[in-house]
Write a protein that binds this ligand. Structure first.
Ligand SMILES: *Cc1c(COP(=O)(O)O)cnc(C)c1O
Length: 362
């Protein structure tokens, strides 16, 4: 009765809710450092914009996202017909997979990277080639190139990479983009680009002029603090945008989401302040980790991957103390919180590492 490709997949497991966890451990406050949301909230303009907006609940939203499209086009200097909007990048990843992948095809991705790339390739029945990141947590782009073969339709570059926070430099990505065959779509996921400060970081938009097979992804969920509105977009060549447009549900962004994103987009001051604060707290965090001899990957994002011996146990310990973080294979990914929360968190983390690395008693 069901698609064969679903057999080995499981639905997204959100775990207990924040309130349930608080009850479970008797906590007054739970600090969410597990989803890279904006710890400073969203622009106050968003609130005003959605309150001022007449709701028109009975009408379908503008399926073109016209106002937002126009403003983005103006700001980025890219033609309006090169944009495609989705209910967050999550949906855009679904649409890309739907449009490009099927049984007999393959895609290439880093590992670890954003999990949704993998999940939707599986659903479409495509082969997934996971190329381990190098010892510094970076995409091994040369190995990724080698993994591309005649079945490959899509290659995913997450820049900066979630969960490691690392990035490919302009020189590296230039070489990569040049070397990928023209009939393979290169998706550059720039969900965290606003947090980047590295001078040699490549802006994916610069490839669009010369490369029809590049698609750049951006979202309002992270730096703009609008995760709950579910709105993100892809920018690419006309043929690619048209093809993906065929599988897009036409009314996939509610009216309020469009209004919220536009108000957020126009408030440069708010976003810049968040990015600055993120940098400050990140410096404090890395100084602490350096002093304690705890290793981590250099990050350009609003999260950091900290190496620990027992990631699951460390995450559980932190949860019991009121901090949600995300365990991975050899470390934990932690959203950079506010200065105050992060100072508290680092104390807990240090304890967690001490407690969980103790020799088991015989
Ligand atoms: C958060 C995230 C997304 C998804 O963001 P949306 O909220 O669905 O727009 C996509 N890619 C990466 C790398 C992310 O971290």
């Amino acid at each position: 009765m069901f698609k064969k490709t679903l057999e080995n997949l499981r639905a997204y497991d959100p775990g207990p809710s924040v309130d349930e966890i608080k009850d479970m451990y008797g906590l007054k406050r739970m600090i969410k450092l597990d989803s890279n949301e904006n710890v400073y909230g969203a622009s106050p303009n968003v609130r005003n914009a959605i309150i001022d907006d007449a709701l028109l609940p009975e009408l379908y939203p503008d399926c073109q996202n016209s106002d937002l499209r126009r403003e983005l086009s103006r700001r980025l200097g890219i033609r309006e017909d090169r944009f495609l909007f989705g209910a967050g990048l999550d949906e855009i990843i679904v649409l890309i997979s739907r449009a490009f992948l099927e049984p007999g095809t393959s895609m290439v991705m880093a590992w670890p990277t954003f999990y949704e790339y993998y999940c939707h390739a599986q659903i479409e029945g495509a082969a997934t080639k996971k190329i381990p990141c190098d010892q510094n947590g970076k995409h091994d782009w040369k190995a990724m190139l080698e993994a591309i073969d005649e079945t490959t339709k899509v290659v995913w570059i997450c820049n900066p990479n979630n969960p490691t926070g690392t990035y490919l430099t302009k020189t590296e990505l230039d070489q990569f983009v040049q070397a990928v065959p023209e009939n393979v779509l290169i998706v550059i996921d720039e969900a965290y680009i606003d947090f980047v400060t590295a001078k040699d970081f490549p802006n994916g938009l610069n490839y669009l002029e010369s490369k029809e097979n590049v698609l750049v992804l951006r979202t309002f969920s992270k730096s703009y603090g609008l995760a709950s509105f579910r709105i993100g977009y892809a920018i690419g060549s006309l043929p690619v945008i048209e093809e993906i447009g065929k599988v897009r549900p036409p009314f996939n962004n509610p009216r309020l989401s469009q209004v919220a994103a536009l108000a957020g987009l126009k408030d440069d001051t708010f976003k810049e302040a968040c990015v600055l604060k993120n940098r400050e707290v990140l410096s404090m965090t890395t100084a602490f980790l350096d002093k304690k001899g705890i290793s981590y990957f250099d990050t350009q994002a609003n999260f950091i991957y900290i190496k620990v011996a027992e990631p699951k146990q460390v995450a559980l310990y932190c949860k019991q103390k009121g901090f949600l973080i995300n365990p991975f294979q050899d470390g934990v990914r932690v959203t950079i919180g506010t200065m105050e929360d992060m100072k508290l968190f680092l104390q807990i983390l240090e304890q967690a590492i001490l407690e969980t690395s103790a020799e088991p008693s015989k």
